[in-house]
Design a protein around this ligand. Structure first.
Ligand SMILES: [Zn+2]
Length: 211
């Protein structure tokens, strides 16, 4: 039989689990637990009576997946809304994009971001965009902004998928855009980026005047 304490316990557990949505848990007149989750993307309600469970732990196990889904969608929606208009030609997202992957970098205390696409997995060949969507450039961006890595994005050099650095500690990491890495605009910009960041020789004709 559910008690008021069970509702309080469930509300705390679900709120800890799903920080991006608003959760309330109450009891109805028949003493059933009623859990509701809501965000800008929608809401849903689950009742213990409908799930054939006897304890608050069973109810929590039964509903946590529903709430996590809404929480993930809400987090992705918020990031997507924050993506700047990229200054490079981009491809349409399919709606079936992979999630990015991370690997701890013990030396620098941050996580590397890698592409989640099957054909790119394990490669970790990426470049970095600043918060405004342009490739990082120490001549353009001041040191404080350049060091604010969580505000920027990681781009897979192979397929152009863009992942928000802000999600590197709180997966899943959504694909929020995809740059067309075959265009002159991108290849010229990447050539300059590699030159200024890693001192590689310039290879693109458009950049020869930089030599
Ligand atoms: Zn990729």
């Amino acid at each position: 039989m559910a008690t008021k304490n069970d509702a309080t316990w469930l509300e705390r557990k679900l709120t800890e689990l799903c920080p991006n949505i608003t959760i309330t848990v109450t009891r109805d007149a028949q003493n059933n637990l009623v859990a509701s989750g809501a965000s800008t993307l929608g809401s849903f309600t689950e009742r213990s009576a409908d799930l054939d469970v006897d304890s608050r732990e069973e109810f929590y196990s039964a509903v946590r997946g529903y709430f996590l889904d809404l929480d993930d969608d809400t987090a992705r929606g918020a990031v997507k809304a924050a993506v700047p208009e990229l200054p490079y030609p981009s491809l349409q997202l399919t709606g079936q994009e992979p999630a990015g992957t991370t690997s701890p970098d013990d030396e620098n205390g941050v996580d590397y971001i890698g592409c989640g696409a099957t054909e790119c997995a394990g490669d970790w060949d990426v470049s970095y965009l600043a918060a405004d969507g342009y490739l990082w450039d120490s001549r353009r961006i001041d040191a404080a902004e350049e060091n604010d890595v969580l505000a920027g994005y990681t781009v897979c050099n192979h397929c152009g998928r863009v992942y928000p650095n802000a999600h590197r500690y709180q997966g899943p990491m959504p694909t929020v855009a995809r740059i067309d890495v075959t265009t002159d605009t991108w290849l010229d910009a990447l050539d300059l980026y590699n030159h200024r960041t890693f001192a590689t020789p310039l290879t693109r004709p458009a950049n020869q005047k930089e030599q």
